[in-house]
Design a protein. Structure first.
Length: 326
């Protein structure tokens, strides 16, 4: 398809990517072997067969189980390096990636192990693949405010290695307001913040993310479309939404790609970007997402360029750093 070739050749940035969600089944097995971890699955095929989700929680259960093979610095390095090599093939030149430290701290993996492994790969990606990066520490919203504050305190030694903070995991019943004080502190410390909101949770959670937590980006944001006033506010503020089409399909946020509201979002003036979220679990990386959209929706070349450009202007690169990509 001509449009696929066009967007493939276009420099791209990924703003919504959970590193632990790029853990491919083959690497789960390789790391289990290397680390002597016993898996409840007999084969890669058996593990892959478990990747059938009816909602966010069913995915998260498998996602947290999968990452149990990540124990050592080298594991976090291998995970991150594999992701960077993969998206390099897709024409991705800048990434802003999440990691979930609380999920590893709970298993006794020190923050230093996690961050040093991840950063070593990110710096190698910058040097050898020309991929610039930002690293985002994401709090788990199903855990308490106290746990988030404790994690923030532990992260203090690593502040120079972190660029911002995020909020992910089970959305329903865990509104942004639960973490208002945590993110106020992050902002006070000079960090950017970006919050998952409106994936499964209601439009009200997006309002909270905007007006109570003063977020710099919204991750997902699909359910904003249920509130015309919210659509208008997001459009006026040119708030970046990191939309994840294959994720939306796999977690049944949309029932079919043909029904994905991406074009409606663009037509409403929303600043939308395309991202892969958890590519090892949702069926593909950056170009797989674009390919699925192009096959399902009547997107124009102008709209595709707009999507790619939005990600650069919505990134945390400085205007000078963005310029060569626009
Ligand atoms: N939503 C919420 N939490 C997550 C996701 C997601 O799409 N991926 C990894 N953690
Ligand atoms: Zn996500």
């Amino acid at each position: 398809h001509k449009l696929v070739d066009l967007i493939a050749a276009c420099p791209k940035t990924e703003l919504h990517l959970h590193l632990e969600g790029s853990l491919e089944p083959a690497m789960v097995f390789a790391l289990a072997e290397r680390n002597g971890v016993i898996l409840p699955y007999a084969s890669v095929a058996e593990l892959q067969a478990a990747y059938q989700f009816n909602n966010l929680q069913e995915f998260l259960d498998v996602y947290y189980a999968g990452m149990s093979v990540l124990l050592h610095e080298a594991d976090f390095y291998d995970l991150t390096w594999a992701y960077l090599q993969r998206v390099h093939q897709d024409g991705v030149v800048h990434v802003e990636v999440f990691f979930d430290p609380q999920a590893h701290l709970e298993r006794g993996i020190p923050l230093a192990t996690q961050i040093h492994g991840i950063r070593r790969a990110l710096e190698q990606g910058q040097a050898e693949l020309g991929i610039s990066f930002r690293l985002i520490l994401s709090f788990l919203r199903h855990l308490s405010e106290e746990s988030a504050f404790a994690t923030l305190a532990q992260a203090e030694d690593f502040f120079p290695l972190i660029d911002g903070f995020g909020l992910d995991s089970s959305e329903k019943g865990h509104p942004p307001e639960k973490f208002a004080r945590v993110f106020a502190r992050c902002k006070e410390l000079g960090f950017k913040i970006t919050l998952h909101a409106g994936e499964e949770g209601p439009a009200d959670y997006v309002w909270q993310a905007l007006n109570l937590l003063h977020t710099d980006r919204i991750d997902h944001g699909n359910r904003s479309l249920e509130d015309p006033q919210l659509i208008q506010t997001l459009a006026e503020r040119q708030m970046t939404l990191t939309v994840c089409p294959l994720s939306n399909l796999k977690l049944r946020v949309v029932q079919q790609m043909e029904q994905h509201p991406l074009i409606q979002m663009l037509d409403s003036g929303l600043k939308v970007t395309i991202n892969s979220d958890d590519p090892a679990y949702f069926g593909g990386y950056m170009m797989d997402n674009y390919r699925a959209l192009i096959e399902a929706l009547p997107l124009t070349s102008e709209q595709l360029h707009q999507l790619a450009r939005n990600a650069f202007t919505g990134s945390w690169l400085s205007p000078e750093e963005q310029q060569p990509h626009l």
